[in-house]
Ligand binder design. Structure first.
Ligand SMILES: [Zn+2]
Length: 168
């Protein structure tokens, strides 16, 4: 699986709900791609799949031993505020400070007849990573969430260009 990089248009597209039976295979491939690229989370659109699926690395929480899979996630509740220096596999090696909710309650799983929706509570880094990845499903990238998004994007774009040109 190839990581899609900004400004590829799939990163700006709203992803659709996932229904099919390929979830197991797809999530395994996504976990491998996340690990290979040393990501802490990865969302479908980042590997060219415009579906509501994302994986989170156990690095996101000391309580986690295996990667977490979220399908068709929906944030039910948020509280508090936290700030992290975020980066993204799809936004070429730059980072920026983003304010997000400190604690979240998320519902995940298939909906409808076969629906087994599950509730997940997360705080700290884990809450930030989940919010970052859910943003990907809605076509939102972390610089959009920075304090001054226009200014942030301009700065990041020039940094990205320098990196691509090999001038650091
Ligand atoms: Zn990202």
């Amino acid at each position: 699986m190839k990581i899609r990089l900004y400004p590829e248009s799939i990163l700006r597209k709203k992803a659709g709900n996932i229904k099919n039976e390929d979830i197991r295979k797809l999530s395994a491939a996504m976990i491998t791609a996340m690990m290979n690229n040393r990501g802490i989370g990865l969302a479908g659109p980042q590997v060219g799949i415009s579906k509501n699926i994302l994986v989170i690395s156990p690095q996101a929480s000391p309580d986690m031993e295996v990667p977490l899979l979220l399908i068709n996630p929906k944030i039910l509740e948020v509280s508090g505020e936290s700030k992290y220096e975020e980066g993204c596999l799809s936004v070429y090696g730059v980072t920026g400070e983003v304010k997000r909710s400190a604690n979240i309650i998320v519902e995940t799983g298939l909906s409808g007849e076969r629906g087994e929706r599950k509730i997940i509570k997360a705080g700290g880094l884990m809450a930030t990573v989940i919010q970052h990845e859910i943003d990907h499903l809605n076509g939102i990238l972390f610089p959009d969430r920075m304090a001054f998004p226009k200014r942030a994007w301009n700065l990041l774009k020039s940094r990205i260009k320098r990196k691509k040109d090999g001038k650091y």
